[in-house]
Design a protein around this ligand. Structure first.
Ligand SMILES: Cc1cc2nc3c(=O)[nH]c(=O)nc-3n(C[C@H](O)[C@H](O)[C@H](O)COP(=O)(O)OP(=O)(O)OC[C@H]3O[C@@H](n4cnc5c(N)ncnc54)[C@H](O)[C@@H]3O)c2cc1C
Ligand SMILES: *[C@@H]1O[C@H](CO)[C@@H](O)[C@H](O)[C@H]1NC(C)=O
Ligand SMILES: *[C@@H]1O[C@H](CO)[C@@H](O)[C@H](O)[C@H]1NC(C)=O
Ligand SMILES: *[C@@H]1O[C@H](CO)[C@@H](O)[C@H](O)[C@H]1NC(C)=O
Ligand SMILES: *[C@@H]1O[C@H](CO)[C@@H](O)[C@H](O)[C@H]1NC(C)=O
Length: 679
């Protein structure tokens, strides 16, 4: 019975696709009057139009028809949230109905960093914490690794879009790149691809060398290890790994022969097979993930679940912080305004307000509360309490998913059409170890330094992400097309480029630009806390970024030309794009044009609340994450990372939460038994 329900729900999610237009439909709110009405508060799947479209298209089969029925009868009723019975719950402590008016700390955002921080601070039962989170708790379906791409288009993600930038994201809907962020207890770790990376040693050495005391590689490695419960066959004795923490880090149980070919090809070209998170040797390795028993291990699952019953921790989902209260005279933060169930409430703090709302919402909230660039804030009508370069720096990691190789064997790639079926779901429920536990097909990670890099140290400029397939692997008549839709690639662009190999066996490696020279920024649209900020990626505005991509593409071609891939008959697929039709296939100009068409982000926006000493004109927080010039206010999330690192940002976010917890305990002298743990 339960199984049947799960399958039905699975299919419901699969039939759900992008809602395209981006903005969530919330009525404009008068800043002074929060008795607003938020539409669509209930129901994850407010998608009647999409469903109707699927009914017309090739989704018309008996199973999907059944789902359409459920949706017509269930979801169109405004007050019904069918998924609620599968959803995790966070009962308020001590039988409270609403939070108290005062706490020691209020943390805004239960994401990768905020979840860890809340858990660590409340280890001391004398310390009370209110954790305010806009999103809902996780549910059974968010646990399924292979479903990662689907949740980007549901209420579990903030539907942010980058502003239109001519000459990039040309193949995307409205020529705009999609920047989803997690909207859940657990934050972006509930919708991400679960890849575990820490960054190369030089990344942190350089951050520390810029005046950020306490952030050298040796400093941060302690905090990575503090969280970690590694189960990595072959690396049990590594001094860089720990089994004593609670965050599972494992290898994906199943693999395709494409991973073997990737690692072997790497060795042929001089890249040893290593633990890519270990500092000594740069190389290629099997992907390490935050998955255990085939289930996603989000920051909430790992750090908040076990603390649900702490009397001193109030976890409040579906509550949106709208302002940090700051005394304009003393420049001291003293509380938070938030909206919960259409009621505006205030919680004051005895100690600190901590912003962990992520790299987009944290700078937005700072500006809404009077902390930000003076000229910009004045232009949107906000009184400036502290002039700081909030949002003025923004780096992102972009990648190119369009270098695809056909192979001459079948049943090699991970194909969605073969995975998300009933026997597989049953097996997953029982053992957790089949294709469903694949994190979106990612199998291998490789660090390379291309020949165009002029770095004097051995620092990679590209990460290769080896896929057990490619962006064509979830196509076909029954395919969800979730990955291409997650990137918002327009159908006619995708079909024109890859239509003839859709749903066939392929291999691809996404090159990810690790050290972008192009710098973006963000700013407020207006002073309404329900508006999305304006996001400017400024992708590929520095020609060195384009050159690095072209060099990476050549390196991927060299890998494909080695014997292990040639054994599989690997052949590059000559994709055609409208903007590139006059360019010769495989010329450098062709690849630049292709890259500008399929510019995809890996969602690692950082530096919007940049960390740096007071002397750093771009810094927003100091090395202890305190907002410069404002007392009792810190930012603890990935937005503080001051410059690009060679890492996906989930593990760094959790590490930042661990390190911040120690800095805060140290500052307020609230270690249990006054025992200092680190630093
Ligand atoms: C699709 C996708 C795939 C990714 N894949 C990977 C991967 O495989 N590996 C990896 O390492 N990284 C990955 N990342 C990136 C990584 O997950 C994030 O960088 C990281 O989780 C960010 O952590 P954070 O603590 O800074 O913010 P978040 O985890 O985003 O947390 C911020 C929280 O604040 C909440 N919030 C925001 N505004 C408010 C408000 N006003 N009031 C209350 N709450 C608020 C949000 O709802 C959210 O829960 C991926 C990201 C995306 C989007
Ligand atoms: C806020 O809105 C409500 C309902 O729209 C209205 O009755 C009230 O007068 C408003 N208050 C202020 C201060 O604008
Ligand atoms: C591929 O797998 C399918 C079912 O999993 C099977 O029917 C088919 O025969 C296989 N094809 C080859 C060439 O092995
Ligand atoms: C695939 O191509 C390679 C190289 O051309 C060849 O050696 C191999 O036999 C082919 N395999 C199949 C199944 O056709
Ligand atoms: C909590 O506070 C009480 C009273 O001040 C004190 O005796 C106790 O040691 C504190 N506990 C911790 C864990 O700090």
């Amino acid at each position: 019975m339960i199984l049947k329900l799960i399958i039905v729900l699975l299919l419901v999610i699969i039939t759900k696709s992008s809602d395209g237009n981006g903005e969530t439909s919330i009525e404009t709110v008068d800043e002074e009057n929060y008795t607003y009405k938020a539409k669509n508060i209930k129901g994850d799947l407010k998608i009647p139009n999409e469903i109707k479209r699927h009914e017309r298209s090739n989704f018309y089969n008996p199973a999907v028809n059944l789902i359409s029925e459920i949706i017509r009868t269930g979801f169109e009723s405004k007050n019904l949230d069918l998924f609620d019975f599968l959803r995790d719950k966070y009962p308020p402590p001590g039988g409270l109905k609403t939070p108290l008016p005062e706490y020691d700390f209020v943390i805004i955002g239960a994401g990768s960093a905020g979840s860890v921080l809340a858990s660590r601070l409340t280890e001391n039962r004398n310390i009370s914490v209110l954790l305010v989170e806009n999103g809902k708790p996780e549910m059974l379906l968010t646990d399924i690794p292979a479903m990662a791409p689907y949740f980007q288009s549901t209420d579990y993600a903030w539907q942010y879009y980058m502003e239109h930038q001519p000459g990039v994201c040309m193949g995307m809907e409205n020529e705009r790149c999609f920047w989803p962020r997690g909207n859940a207890v657990g934050g972006t770790s509930v919708i991400n691809y679960m890849i575990y990376t820490r960054g190369r040693p030089q990344d942190w050495e350089r951050i520390a060398a810029n005046g950020n005391y306490g952030w050298s590689y040796n400093d941060v490695i302690k905090y990575y290890k503090k969280s970690e419960k590694a189960n990595l066959n072959g690396y049990e004795r590594s001094p860089y790994r720990s089994r004593d923490g609670i965050l599972p880090v494992e290898f994906v149980p199943k693999k395709t022969k494409l991973l073997d070919a990737f690692l072997e090809a790497g060795r042929i070209l001089g890249h040893p097979t290593v633990d890519y998170n270990a500092p000594e040797v740069m190389g290629f390795g099997k992907v390490q993930v935050t998955i255990s028993n085939g289930r996603r291990q989000s920051a909430a699952k790992v750090f908040l679940h076990s603390q649900k019953n702490r009397p001193n921790l109030y976890i409040l989902p579906e509550a949106k912080a709208t302002k940090i209260l700051i005394d304009p005279v003393t420049k001291t933060a003293y509380g938070v305004e938030y909206v919960h169930k259409n009621v505006l409430r205030t919680a004051t703090v005895r100690k600190e307000v901590i912003l962990s709302a992520g790299p987009i919402a944290s700078p937005q909230l700072l500006m809404l509360s009077g902390v930000g660039p003076k000229e910009h804030m004045t232009s949107v009508g906000i009184n400036v309490i502290k002039d700081l370069p909030v949002g003025r720096t923004l780096y992102d990691h972009i990648c190119f998913p369009g270098i695809i190789f056909t192979i001459n064997e079948t049943n090699v790639s991970l194909m969605e059409s073969k995975a998300l079926n009933i026997p597989d779901v049953t097996e997953w429920l029982r053992n957790g170890d089949n294709d469903i536990s694949s994190p979106g097909g990612v199998e291998g990670i490789g660090y390379i330094k291309t020949h165009v890099s002029n770095d004097l140290e051995l620092v990679p400029d590209i990460e290769l992400i080896s896929i057990g397939g490619s962006i064509v692997s979830d196509g076909g008549p029954s395919g969800s097309k979730a990955v291409r839709r997650g990137m918002r690639i327009r159908d006619e662009i995708f079909n024109g480029a890859f239509g003839s190999i859709d749903n066939t066996d392929t291999w691809s490696a996404f090159p990810m630009l690790l050290q972008p020279k192009s710098v973006g920024y963000l700013e407020l649209k207006d002073k309404n806390p329900f508006s999305h900020p304006r996001l400017y990626g400024n992708y590929l505005t520095d020609p060195r970024d384009v050159a690095t991509f072209v060099a990476a593409i050549r390196h991927i071609q060299a890998l494909a030309n080695t014997e292990p891939f040639q054994r599989l008959g690997a052949k590059i697929y000559p994709a055609k794009y409208p903007a590139c039709h006059s360019l010769k296939f495989d010329s450098d100009e062709y690849w630049e044009c292709a890259l500008r068409t399929l510019t995809a982000t890996l969602h690692h926006q950082i530096a919007t609340c940049r960390m740096g000493p007071e002397s750093d004109p771009l810094a927003v927080v100091d090395p202890e994450l305190r907002v410069h010039g404002v007392k009792r206010l810190r930012v603890v999330d990935t937005g503080i990372i001051p410059m690009p690192i060679s890492a996906h940002t989930n593990a760094p976010g959790m590490m930042i939460g661990e390190k911040a917890a120690d800095m805060i305990k140290n500052f307020w002298n609230i270690y249990i038994n006054n025992k200092v743990q680190y630093s």
